[in-house]
Design a protein around this ligand. Sequence first.
Ligand code: NAD
Ligand code: UDP
Length: 313
Amino acid sequence: MRILVTGGAGFIGSHLCERLLGEGNEVLCLDNFFTGRRENIFHLLDNPRFELLRHDVTEPILLEVDQIYNLACPASPVHYQYNPVKTVKTSVMGAINMLGLAKRVRARILQASTSEVYGDPLVHPQTEDYWGNVNPIGLRSCYDEGKRLAETLMTDYHRQNNVDIRIARIFNTYGPRMLEDDGRVVSNFIVQALRGEPLTLYGEGEQTRSFCYVSDLIEGLMRLMNTDELHEPVNLGNPGEFTIKQLAEEVMAICGKNSGFEYLPLPADDPRQRRPDITRAQNLLLWNPTIPLREGLVKTVDDFRKRLNEPQV
Ligand code: NAD
Ligand code: UDP
């Protein structure tokens, strides 16, 4: 198949391009390089079935493809809040442009949505039928509401134009190739621990998240894309739930450093708890995450050690 991956030079996108090529597909990787890096896909550039397009999803494009994974959008609060209006445009115009393309060439399209559609959830763990608790005018709204509208657009293009859609509600995902200055918690803690700096805990570090290793997520995304007649959102994440302080302690233990904590103010609207209910993915995709947090962190720390030129242990 010919498969378009928007945001293909980013963290998740580059792992997805690699897997899709490995399974014999032709891959068109589209990216504007806002948070994506050439280094992420450098090893794919020589593959004759791989093509790189520098393009912004807020602009229309016409390509002949069978499937579209629409991943283009900065995912870290630091980056999506840098230019919030652009973030909204990327989610909304990006979804419209990619859905228009899918409609025109009759491609199946998967939207990378997010657990952020649940906001600061009042239902725990989060099931797909929960509508969420999202502030429409806060600092995170450009991302959360942008993704919610992308889901709306996907569903309306399906109802109105019969576009073959898939919606993945992705929970916190981590792994090799996250940017050193990405700003998300796993990469921040690993870089800080390896450098012997205190780990920055926002608030008391009692808020929880559930962390999914990237290879597990890619498996879930591909199963979702290739399951027929599944137009409802599907949660993809690892249900193991940890406080941010527990994560910090785990990272320090793996890095063999004890550089302590620096307590910083909790950002506005920071969700207090988050854990996916993955019953739907288990039943419909026969999917389960396989990599526990410690194992995934060891692999991720190894990758950061290499990139930061820290000695391997
Ligand atoms: P990332 O920032 O590494 O990747 C995003 C990619 O999109 C980058 O390569 C960036 O350059 C590109 N991009 C951004 N705006 C663009 C635009 N206007 N046109 C073209 N390309 C653009 O982030 P990621 O973690 O790989 O996230 C990928 C997708 O998964 C995003 O849609 C994100 O919202 C979603 N997601 C990620 C997580 C996570 O924990 N990593 C959780 C939920 C949802
Ligand atoms: N966080 C933290 N220290 C950091 C970065 C993040 O304590 O250096 C916290 C943040 O406040 C949030 C959690 O870790 O409660 C996850 O943050 P991230 O930005 O990775 O993802 P999101 O909030 O979007 O789930």
